[in-house]
Design a binder for this molecule. Structure first.
Ligand code: COA
Ligand code: AMP
Length: 238
């Protein structure tokens, strides 16, 4: 099996990223699909790597949906949802860190922040870069995509659900995410106990800030980072 990853940038800014895990016979069509995905870029990189080992996950997290009247109430709902395992002040601090741009430069990070679930301290080695979850896909991507589209979801949900499902299998105890896209307001919390809970709206229209926080145990730090970046996972079904 091969890991196929595409990233594109415009004026030095990351504008598109996507990945697949495919068989050799699917490589040509998958490369073309990813090549044509970004509309506007001045640099595009495609990486193909052979994978020595694939881990299988039987089932993705269950999806549920919540709609709140505004983003303030929605962020409070995040605190309530995760308070069964994380102290409320830690959750509030994490939310405000994402909301004001979690990178030291004042912008969004290039990956997720890692938060010590017991103290709220940030653990990622590089606060601009964060840690990225890669090498995850669906065993039958097309089939799962069609099922999600039928239920009114988009490819964004397909990919974010895969990512959150892998994270849980790497020892991420809870996750919070909302996009940095100015017009995409739905975010989610995910955990092995709650599943994948989509929440609308986690920010205000036009807000350029977004990010991901992965809550982990401090003692698991190296093992979790290694798993998120290196271990390849295919998810079998919804
Ligand atoms: N955001 C910002 N910059 C990114 C980036 C991202 N998501 N992914 C890559 N880059 C840029 C960074 O400058 C990075 O340098 P860094 O490691 O110092 O941060 C550089 O590209 C090289 O990154 P690398 O990790 O080597 O890229 P890769 O070839 O492994 O590809 C992607 C990673 C693009 C596949 C991955 O980031 C991605 O986007 N995956 C898809 C995620 C997804 O499906 N999201 C939808 C769910 S919401
Ligand atoms: P997005 O949902 O793609 O808008 O991404 C929201 C935020 O999640 C970004 O600002 C990054 O901080 C972070 N992020 C993006 N891609 C990844 C990834 N592959 N793994 C972890 N974090 C990511």
């Amino acid at each position: 099996m091969l890991s196929l990853r595409m990233r594109a940038s415009l004026g030095g800014r990351h504008v598109s990223g996507a990945e697949r895990i495919v068989r050799r016979e699917e490589l040509d069509s998958s490369v073309l699909e990813l090549l044509h995905r970004p509309k506007l870029y001045d640099s595009l990189t495609i990486t193909v790597e052979s994978l020595k080992e694939i881990h299988y996950i039987e089932k993705a997290m269950e999806i549920t949906n919540l709609e709140l009247p505004n983003y303030e109430r929605a962020r409070e709902e995040v605190v309530e949802l995760l308070s069964y395992k994380i102290d409320r002040p830690i959750l509030r601090k994490t939310i405000s860190t994402i909301a004001k741009g979690a990178a030291p430069s004042g912008g969004n990070m290039r990956g997720a922040m890692l938060v010590d679930i017991d103290t709220g301290q940030r653990l990622e080695p590089d606060r601009e870069r964060g840690v990225r979850t890669v090498r995850v896909d669906w065993e039958k991507r097309k089939e799962v995509m069609e099922a999600l589209l039928r239920e009114g979801y988009t490819e964004r949900t397909l990919d974010a659900l895969a990512l959150a499902t892998k994270n849980a299998h790497c020892g991420v105890l809870a996750e919070l995410c909302w996009s940095d896209d100015e017009d995409y307001l739905t975010g989610y919390v995910a955990s092995p106990e709650l599943g994948y809970v989509r929440i609308y709206p986690l920010k205000k229209l036009g807000d350029p800030f977004g990010g991901r926080a992965y809550f982990i145990r401090r003692g698991d730090l190296q093992r979790v980072i290694e798993c998120l970046r290196e271990r390849a996972f295919l998810i079998k079904s919804l």
